[in-house]
Design a protein around this ligand. Structure first.
Ligand code: HEM
Length: 489
């Protein structure tokens, strides 16, 4: 306990000293903008003052912010010049969490197998039914339900089925590891960002959040180890992989001989869980808050689902789910207003990078784009303006000729969104996330009515440095409904 107080006091003193030192107005070639305790204001101020130049904000180390218009200058630069992985490693205490270490095989398996295989949809539907019926109950009366932990459990189970197969994914030990893992790594990330970057290597080993992360890794290795060992032996002997086909089996196709080890597979698996479970849980939690605050959307969304399912006597395909354009629009609008970060994509320079403005970002410096400014752009969003939640905004935009295939949930770009990043590292799981969230939302629409308590406002977000944090304790009222929608496996 005393160590905790000691760290808090030391951090306070150091932050005060750093704040005094940081009264400087420049960081290399970049004007330093705003105060360290209000990053969002600093981002707005910098973007207004320097619309065509890069500036820096007072995080530790300072974060260089490039104008959105400069994305093409950096989006395709190789990892050897500007690195997404090294920035993740730096932020997420990679020495302990192993985040930001080699994930090539996992990314290939995501892109080539998980996103494309049509067999994934019936499996996802089966698991959606299983996960919800093991998590939520039948509520005859309006009943308060804490959204975040329940959705976290369901997303962990459904994603886990695709990542590991049901023999492992349905075991409570894995559900517990996977639900806690992402939150624990994120808690460590948020904790370490409170200390100046030069102090982090000395303080991080003693944080309780670090101990939790190390403990989760040990648990994961103990739980997954025997099954991965069995799969690796089968692979070495040229035998078919035991158990259900999953991301773990697809990943083995892409592992180099050096990485054909249990340790490496566990690291990949935790990496994918981190990238996917927390992000998808937050996105769906925000969607549920937005739906509960606007129950008038429930019926039109159900009508669209009914239309899709009417007379259905075959398995759903990706093409069928693409027809849920109103649902997708609602999901995208919720993400537009409630993204998980206001700065994306984020990179770390490996060597100095000179921009077209003549400014040079030295090696070892993080930089990014104020992605939230796209979401709030008056040029992109008018009638209604960007401050208004319009669940069918993107559906309406897609009705215009030539726009039918634009404005999809996973679309990235300066006139779409950077909420999934952009360029060579744009989120490879975004199409899977879209499919998964649609199926989970369809289950909720089919089985429950939702609303907030009378007079209650939508649960607010908080901003911590560049991260938007959804309320993780808020409750929404759920009531079961009878449904004849044919939406079971
Ligand atoms: C709504 C849910 C999600 C959001 C908002 C989200 C957002 C992001 C963002 C902002 C990035 C950084 C992109 C960049 O730097 O250009 C990213 C990367 C990544 N995401 Fe997602 N993601 C989501 C779901 C998922 C899912 C479901 C998976 C896996 C199935 C996944 C796997 C990854 C991976 C592996 C990367 C690293 C890619 C690379 O470095 O090349 N994500 N995601």
């Amino acid at each position: 306990m005393w160590l905790h107080y000691y760290l808090e006091i030391t951090a306070g003193i150091i932050c005060l000293v750093s704040a005094l030192v940081w009264r400087s107005r420049k960081f290399g070639d970049f004007p330093l903008v705003g105060k360290s305790n209000d990053i969002h204001e600093a981002l707005k101020e910098g973007t207004k003052k320097y619309p065509t130049k890069a500036f820096a904000i007072r995080t530790s180390p300072p974060l260089v912010i490039l104008p959105i218009s400069m994305i093409d200058e950096v989006k395709s630069l190789p990892e050897s010049k500007v690195s997404a992985a090294r920035e993740l490693f730096r932020r997420a205490a990679g020495h302990y969490s192993k985040m930001g270490t080699n994930s090539v095989a996992a990314i290939k398996a995501l892109r080539n197998d998980l996103t494309r295989k049509t067999t994934t949809i019936p499996t996802l539907i089966e698991e959606t039914d299983f996960a919800f019926s093991n998590t939520l109950e039948k509520y005859d009366e309006w009943t308060p339900v804490r959204v975040f932990p329940n959705i976290n459990r369901v997303v962990s189970m459904v994603s886990g089925r695709m990542f590991l197969g049901k023999q492992l994914s349905r075991q409570e030990e894995w559900i517990s590891i996977s639900t806690q893992w992402s939150s624990d790594v994120f808690a460590l990330l948020r904790r370490t960002q409170r200390y100046p970057s030069w102090l982090r290597p000395y303080i991080t080993p003693y944080l309780s959040q670090t101990k939790k992360v190390l403990e989760q890794r040990r648990r994961a290795k103990k739980f997954l180890g025997p099954s991965f060992e069995e799969q690796l032996s089968a692979k070495r002997e040229g035998l078919p992989s035991p158990g259900e086909e999953s991301l773990a089996t697809w990943m083995m196709k892409y592992l180099t001989p050096r990485h054909m080890q249990v340790e490496s597979l566990v690291r990949h698996q935790l990496g994918i869980s981190w990238a996917s479970v927390h992000t998808s849980t937050l996105a769906l939690t925000q969607i549920i808050y937005d739906l509960a605050a606007r129950p008038e959307y429930l019926q039109p969304l159900r009508d669209e689902l009914e239309g899709l399912m009417r007379g259905c006597d075959r398995e759903l395909t990706h093409a069928d789910l693409n027809k849920l354009m109103k649902m997708e629009s609602f999901m995208k609008e919720s993400l537009r207003i409630n993204p998980s970060t206001v700065v994306s994509p984020l990179r770390l320079t490996v060597e100095p990078v000179t921009l077209s403005t003549g400014q040079t970002i030295p090696a070892g410096i993080p930089f990014g784009f104020y992605s939230y400014s796209i979401n709030q752009s008056k040029a992109l969003y008018h009638s209604p303006g960007p401050e208004v939640f319009d669940g069918f905004r993107f559906f309406n935009m897609r009705q215009k000729e030539g726009e039918e295939h634009k404005h999809q949930f996973g679309a990235t770009g300066p006139s779409e969104s950077f909420d999934f990043g952009h360029g060579i590292h744009a989120c490879p799981g975004r199409f899977f996330a879209c499919t998964e969230i649609k199926l989970l939302l369809a289950y909720i629409l089919r089985n429950y009515d939702l609303k907030l308590r009378d007079g209650e406002a939508r649960p607010p977000n908080t901003l911590d440095e560049i991260w938007f944090i959804a309320d993780q304790t808020a409750e929404v009222l759920f009531r079961s409904r009878d449904s004849d929608m044919c939406f079971q496996a």
